[in-house]
Each structure stands twice: as structure tokens, then as C-alpha cells.
Design a protein around this ligand. Structure first.
Ligand code: DOR
Ligand code: ZN
Length: 347
């Protein structure tokens, strides 16, 4: 088999940044995906519908000429988000979900939620109208080991939340553990999960191979091999609750190759090729299309795309560095060889 034809995929978890950085990266996502759920963790956070729609406009203006790409906007949930904002979000047609960052969990999350009880009126409004809550699923308790923060989040936060709001539609974002995959597989009710390409391809050894490698550092951090395998099983299982979300999170190389390296892997330019590598490794290329192109829109109650893309079996090397405004950026797996290539890829 030398080509794979897929319905054009979407990215259900993407960081596009703003300004110069946005202009540097948005074309890469548009070349790969028809739509993307755009994360709101800017500074200041995208907390209101007015801010989300203005950001949407900036994204559209930053697109290369002729690119067909629809940004699906999200709101950043804070302790002070008014419940009315959900009605405005629904009426806007452009805002599709609300993101929960536990305060301090990750990049630009200091404005996040300090106590979920403060957000109950918002969660009630979301439950009532079916708007999904996207969850960064890690506790921030410094007493909890970094590698256990997702598993502990399930017990301490997610289970109680879903008991209190059984009809709330939840996406457990960028799951990284066997516990999370199992939780979603066995859960009753409206929950789904995104899985990144890097968590399907790498375990935590990648952070330390031949030295400390900051370009493999993201949050939630890569886990042990047993977890990678559990995620791969979930992704290829055919269970429609698992779908593609790259969590492509661009940071200038200078800030990754730093004493306090920023968290985030930049995978947008070669995302579908990375997922193809993971699915091929599992002998499940036939399951890629549902994961990449069907399960996400079905969960978000949006139409599936009708355009198609072609991947060709062709060895090519991921660039080691790409322009990033006045800076440069190192894509994940830069310098490595991939076996599948998107047919209309320029380089
Ligand atoms: O690695 C990450 N980078 N994880 C996140 O949750 C945020 C993201 C970013 O915005 O850089
Ligand atoms: Zn993210």
C-alpha cells in the first residue's frame, strides 16, 4: 500500500498563539487540517466571547492566501466567568467549548480555576446547553509526583465533577496514562478524550536519550512505555470517544533550550504523518481515518469534512528548524525520518 486517502482531518486541540508567532504557525495547521479547536491560553487569556471572536478574526487574517481553515474558538474558564457568557458563546456560533485549566497546571494557566465550586453556575449553564468542557487533567498539588498528576486528577477532580454534572459533556484533553484511557473507556455518559501524536509515539525515555532533550518536554509530561501502549490501544480501538488533538504548542527554540524550558511540542507541520507512523506501528492504519476525521466532529456535533487528503509512502526528513517570526522553532522529531508524507506538502 503506497497511498492512504483520508477524509480531511481536524485538530481538536491546538495552540496557535498570537501576533508574529500566530503568523508563523497557522499555515502549517491549515495545510494539514480543515478545522481546529483553538486553545485560549494567551496572555491575557481569551476569557470572553468578544475576545474569542476578535482572536478568531486575527487567526483568519494570519492565514496564507487561499488557505481553507476554520478556527473553532474556546473560552478560558476563570473563577469569575459569568454564567451568561455561555449563552453568548452559544449565540455567537463561533465559540464551541470552554477550557478548564487548573490554576498553575501549565503554560499561561495562572488565571485558571482555583476552586471548581466557584464555576458551578457556569458548569450548570454548559450542562444545560450541551457545550463541552475541555479539561487539562492534572492536579497542581506540589505534593503529588509530576508523573502521577493525571491519575490523581481523575480521582480528586474528574470523578466528583462528573458525579455532580452527569450530563456535562467533557473532553479529557491530551490523555497520557493507562488510567485515563481506562477511565474514558469505562465511563458512562458524555466524555471523550484527545490523544497527541507524541504521546502515541514516545515514552518518557525520549526526554533523556543522549542528554536532556527539552523539545520532548510537554505537559502532561511523557509517561512510561506501558502508558504509551495503553494510549495506542485506545486510539486504534475504534472507540469513537478517542480522537485526534495534536496539542501542538509552539515555543521559540531559545525558550525550549533554556534553564527552565517551556512545555510544549511543536507538531503542527507534520502532525498527520506522525499519527500515521503511530497507527502503522500498531498495524492499524485502517483505523486512522475514524480517529483523525470522524470521531471529533461527531462528538462536537459538527459535520464531517468532505474533502480528502492523500498520504504517500515516501521517506522524508523533518526539518531541524523552522522560521518563527524573528526567532526559530524546532519541530518535534526534527532531523528524523518519517515514512508517510502528505501529498501536497511543499518541502
Ligand atoms: O505542553 C504544553 N504546552 N501543555 C499545555 O498544557 C500547554 C501548552 C502550551 O501552551 O505551551
Ligand atoms: Zn494544550
Amino acid at each position: 500500500m503506497d497511498t492512504i486517502t483520508l477524509t480531511r482531518p481536524d485538530d481538536w486541540h491546538l495552540h496557535l498563539r498570537d501576533g508574529e508567532a500566530l503568523r508563523a504557525v497557522v499555515g502549517a495547521s491549515a495545510a494539514q487540517f480543515a478545522r481546529a479547536i483553538v486553545m485560549p491560553n494567551l496572555r491575557p487569556p481569551v476569557a470572553t466571547v468578544a475576545q474569542a471572536l476578535a482572536y478568531r478574526q486575527r487567526i483568519l487574517e494570519a492565514l496564507p492566501a487561499g488557505a481553507a481553515f476554520e478556527p473553532l474558538m474556546t473560552l478560558y474558564l476563570t473563577d469569575n466567568t459569568p454564567a451568561d457568557e455561555i449563552r453568548r458563546a452559544l449565540d455567537s456560533g463561533g465559540v464551541h467549548a470552554v477550557k478548564l485549566y487548573p490554576a498553575g497546571a501549565t503554560t499561561n494557566s495562572d488565571a485558571g480555576v482555583t476552586d471548581l465550586r466557584r464555576t458551578w453556575p457556569v458548569l450548570e449553564a454548559m450542562q444545560a446547553c450541551g457545550m463541552p468542557l475541555l479539561v487539562h487533567g492534572e492536579v497542581t498539588d506540589p505534593a503529588v509526583d509530576v508523573f502521577d498528576r493525571e491519575a490523581v486528577f481523575i480521582e480528586r477532580v474528574l470523578e466528583p465533577l462528573r458525579r455532580d454534572f452527569p450530563a456535562l459533556r467533557v473532553v479529557f484533553e491530551h490523555i497520557t496514562t493507562r488510567q485515563a484511557a481506562q477511565y474514558v473507556t469505562q465511563a458512562q455518559g458524555p466524555i471523550a478524550a484527545t490523544i497527541t501524536a507524541h504521546h502515541l509515539l514516545y515514552n518518557r525515555n525520549a526526554l533523556f536519550t543522549g542528554g536532556l532533550r527539552p523539545h520532548w518536554y510537554c505537559l502532561p509530561v511523557l509517561k512510561r512505555e506501558e502508558h504509551r501502549r495503553a494510549l495506542l490501544q485506545a486510539a486504534i480501538s475504534g472507540d469513537p470517544r478517542f480522537f485526534l488533538g495534536t496539542d501542538s504548542a509552539p515555543h521559540a527554540a531559545r525558550l525550549k533550550e533554556h534553564a527552565a524550558a517551556c512545555a510544549g511540542c511543536y507538531t503542527a507541520p507534520h502532525a498527520i504523518e506522525l499519527y500515521a507512523a503511530a497507527f502503522e506501528q500498531a498495524g492499524a492504519l485502517g483505523r486512522l481515518e475514524a480517529f483523525a476525521s470522524f470521531n471529533g466532529p461527531d462528538f462536537y456535533r459538527l459535520p464531517r469534512n468532505t474533502a480528502r487528503i492523500v498520504l504517500r509512502r515516501e521517506r522524508w526528513t523533518v526539518p531541524e528548524s523552522l522560521p518563527f517570526g524573528a526567532e526559530h522553532i524546532v519541530p518535534l522529531a526534527g532531523g528524523e525520518t518519517l515514512a508517510w508524507k502528505l501529498a501536497d506538502r511543499a518541502s
